[in-house]
Write a protein that binds this ligand. Structure first.
Ligand code: RFL
Ligand code: PHB
Length: 389
């Protein structure tokens, strides 16, 4: 088989890139290791930056999002029984939208159904080859047979555990990593959210987050030790712990219910450079991971997609490779800024096991400064709604 751009990974990055290129008449094939149902069953991100919202509209998949997504003008920072609000709208004139990654992915798969887009599920042993030549190709196993796709470019959209990043020679690649000594235990429940805006709670017992997917679906998280077994967390234990970490006014009115999904996610910051090697381009989690505190992971994937989509469009439609050549540099500049923001927000909101009294005072002072300084709040808001592309 032959295509113009072979896309490894059918998560949000791969699907959005394929959809945007299709609208410009550029052919793609998407190879996905799992089934469609498995991909749609993963509960992940919930907050879309305004830039991603616009990109989804441009891709022709914004209709349901515009009907069902919840526009948020701000968010709360809770400090035990006190707190303050960051008003994104007032400070930046921009807003974010709460619309789950699951829904974004569903909209993208449904859009693919309309043009019979080539998607190969349940692939094994995916191997990008010849990426430093003019004739790259990707081989994979399916149904016990080896298949080969010849292409002009390979887009590695296969997430943190994918194969694409490792196709860049080790002596070229530089990886930067910080692993945090805690995880997030997340629960999804079919209950009305406790607050109409997201609450980020700093508490001596650990961080907690109250979020949502829609007006009858809540998403809550609590910081847990990184090696905590999930089996130790009954629904009752989760709700008890969450209530202890959020302000009493919220704890008193929270509606609890059985968990529909419960999982623990480790927290890490990770950046791999460069994001391009020959004819291979890394996109999204394949190249970088941020802790979820700033809600940046999916949004960064979208900004990578946008840079690559513009580069490939210029290549095919205008025979101009300038943007493609700048892909890695441009994407990484934005990635590092979001990495900084997510690291900072994680540091000020969580309890670290080795936190000294000095570290604790610094954290309290960061929060006190944020509470009282309009400039500090503007910095947070500017990053939260999304830095310019
Ligand atoms: P994905 O979603 O991991 O998709 C990669 C796809 O590639 C497939 N794959 C392969 N396919 C073929 N061959 C191989 N060898 C393959 N290896 C893997 C996988 O099956 C998968 O389908 O990466 P992508 O597309 O770059 O998207 C990135 C986002 O999923 C991720 O950044 C966000 O979910 C991060 N994230 C959040 N981001 C936000 O912007 N806002 C949030 O509020 C937010 N909350 C979160 C999050 C991530 C979380 N977890 C569990 C990691 C909350 C959580 C709890
Ligand atoms: C979510 O709703 O899953 C969510 C919201 C905000 C975050 C992270 C996750 O910072």
């Amino acid at each position: 088989m032959r295509t113009q751009v072979c896309i490894i990974g059918g998560g949000p990055s791969g699907l959005l890139l394929s959809q945007l290129l299709h609208l410009k008449g550029i052919d793609t094939v998407v190879l996905e290791r799992k089934s469609r149902d498995y991909v749609l069953g993963r509960i992940r991100a919930g907050v879309l930056e305004f830039g991603m919202i616009e990109l989804l509209r441009e891709a022709g998949v914004g209709a349901r999002m515009d009907r069902q997504g919840l526009i948020h003008d701000g968010a709360f920072i809770a400090l035990q029984n006190r707190g303050f609000r960051i008003d994104f709208k007032k400070l930046t004139d921009k807003q974010v939208m709460v619309y789950g990654q699951t829904e974004v992915t569903r909209d993208l798969y449904e859009a693919r159904d309309e043009w019979d887009a080539p998607t190969v599920f349940d692939v094994r042993a995916v191997n990008p080859q010849g990426i430093d030549t003019d004739a790259p190709f990707v081989t994979y196993l399916q149904g016990g047979k080896v298949h080969r796709i010849d292409c002009d470019f390979v887009a590695g959209c296969d997430g943190f555990h994918g194969v694409s990043r490792a196709a860049i020679p080790a002596d070229v690649r530089r990886e930067y990593e910080r692993v945090y000594p805690f995880g997030w235990l997340g629960v999804l429940s079919a209950t009305p959210p406790v607050s109409h805006e997201i609450i980020y709670a700093n508490h001596p017992r650990g961080f907690a987050l109250c979020s949502m997917r829609n007006l009858n679906l809540s998403r809550y998280y609590i910081q847990t030790p990184v090696d905590d077994p999930l089996e130790g967390w009954s629904d009752a234990a989760f709700w008890d712990e969450l209530k202890r970490r959020i302000p009493e006014s919220a704890a008193d009115k929270i509606v609890t219910g059985p968990s529909i999904e419960k999982s623990i996610a480790p927290l890490r910051s990770f950046v791999s450079e460069p994001m391009r090697w020959g004819r291979l381009f890394l996109v999204g989690d394949a190249a970088h991971i941020v802790p979820p505190t700033g809600a940046k992971g999916l949004n960064l994937a979208a900004s990578d997609v946008r840079y690559l989509y513009h580069g490939l469009t210029r290549h095919y439609l205008d025979h101009d490779d300038h943007e493609l050549e700048q892909y890695s540099e441009k994407a990484l500049a934005r990635v590092w800024k979001a990495t900084r923001f997510s690291w900072w927000f994680t540091n000020i909101m969580h309890r670290f096991p080795d936190q000294s009294e000095f570290d604790q005072r610094m954290q309290e002072t960061e929060l006190a400064f944020l509470e009282t300084s309009r400039a500090a709040q503007t910095v947070l808001a500017e990053n939260y709604v999304g830095l310019p592309y």
